[in-house]
Design a binder for this molecule. Structure first.
Ligand code: ZN
Length: 62
């Protein structure tokens, strides 16, 4: 089997680990201008069903 010739430097190991950790970070969230709850950008708000001031989804209410 192929074996690495050199031990990876601390810098290289850290670089790989930060790149891996960045993939699993939470998606960017911001407060909805309509209801003030957290939502993802470029998505219809799951709380009030509005997108750019227009009602897109009818949100079920109990
Ligand atoms: Zn909303």
């Amino acid at each position: 089997m192929a074996v690495p010739k050199k031990k990876p430097s601390r810098h290289r190991t850290h670089q790989r680990r930060t790149a891996w950790a960045k993939k699993f970070k939470l998606p960017h969230l911001f407060n909805c201008p309509e209801c003030g709850k957290l939502k993802m950008p470029h998505r219809v708000c799951p709380h009030c069903g509005q997108y750019r001031g227009e009602k897109v989804l009818s949100v079920k209410r109990k």
